[in-house]
Ligand binder design. Structure first.
Ligand SMILES: [Zn+2]
Ligand SMILES: [Zn+2]
Length: 321
């Protein structure tokens, strides 16, 4: 089966995308020698490896057999350069997925304390991990669940895991907000949903025609969805990050449960229904910041409300720079 038969170039205004069918790529992985070639190239992902060095790394198989399988991988998973062979991005992702445990994972972490008490029930918030999912919970509420790749567990001691779960989730959410699906790199679209049925929703304050709001982000290509609280896009906005930094909080690394312990409950108001827009007000130590979030999840404007010397407006999406 030649690669040509499984691929079809698409050209659009100077962008050429040559697609190899997924069936053809996964068929490549159904052979031990080919997986071994990818693994051996993956030992030095930034280096180009000559034919003879690569053959030596793979070992056993005779040169003709080795050459046959190497040629099969070329184009989609392995690139041939003047100096030898290297993994393509897709090849590196397959090696990365093997390391991350995507294809092989079965890991469990027994409950470990986050070091933070639930403000409502005053029991310890704990984190546990099964089925590739981290759960943060106390006695009074439903768990907050985060995906975490099992291959990431080994890099941390038990006490460090809850914060690692949070950081992974923070980065995946940033990628989602930037419009990229964390699973397939397709486009993600966001939508503000009023009175929906997500596991966690934000209560709306004031005289509102709706009681709750949350965001739905969905990938146009693979259907991957993410349903964060209505406050989440504001929480990761750089101006809100700056506000929190003024109070000694680093939103990139300090887990959200610790931040919530210090922040007053955010006040969220519906500004309009069609399209829905909300205003989120965070306050901390008598200092405050207000963010307006559009229906697709972008932060339209941010105002500091009481910080000394910084009563200015900070633009969201649009900036002059
Ligand atoms: Zn609780
Ligand atoms: Zn996707």
């Amino acid at each position: 089966m030649s690669r040509e038969r499984n691929s079809s170039p698409e050209t659009d205004e100077g962008t050429t995308i040559e697609r190899t069918s997924p069936e053809a790529v996964f068929e490549l992985l159904a052979d031990d020698t080919r997986v071994e070639i990818l693994r051996r190239l993956g030992e030095t992902p930034d280096a180009t490896v000559s034919f003879s060095d690569l053959h030596e790394r793979v070992g056993t198989v005779d040169s003709g057999h080795f050459n046959y399988h190497l040629k099969k991988l070329q184009g989609s998973l392995v690139r041939k350069t003047d100096d030898g062979y290297e993994l393509t991005h897709a090849g590196r992702q397959i090696i990365g997925a093997i390391h991350a445990g995507t294809y092989t994972a079965d890991a469990t972490v027994e409950p470990v304390s986050t070091g933070v008490e639930c403000p409502t029930c005053e029991t310890d918030l704990v984190a546990e991990y099964t089925d590739e999912t981290a759960r943060i919970y106390c006695e009074c509420g439903d768990p907050v669940e985060y995906f975490f790749p099992p291959g990431g567990l080994a890099g941390f001691d038990r006490e460090g895991l809850p914060a690692a779960f949070y950081r992974w989730n923070y980065l995946a959410f940033q990628r989602t907000l930037a419009g990229f699906c964390p699973l397939c790199a397709g486009r993600m679209d966001g939508e503000l949903v009023l009175d929906g049925d997500a596991p966690r929703m934000t209560s709306l304050a004031g005289d509102s025609p709706a009681d709750t709001a949350h965001f739905e982000f969905e990938c146009r290509r693979c259907g991957n969805t993410r349903r964060p609280l209505a406050t989440s896009p504001a929480m990761v906005h750089p101006a809100v990050g700056g506000f929190l930094a003024d109070h000694g909080i680093d939103v990139r690394t300090d887990p959200i449960w610790g931040i919530r312990e210090r922040l007053d409950d955010p006040r969220v108001e519906l500004l309009s229904e069609e399209p829905p827009r909300i205003e989120v007000q965070f306050s901390l130590d008598e200092d405050g910041i207000v963010a307006v979030i559009e229906d697709e999840g972008s932060v339209e404007r941010v105002d500091r409300t009481s910080a000394a010397g910084s009563n200015g407006t900070v633009d969201g999406r649009e900036s002059d720079g």
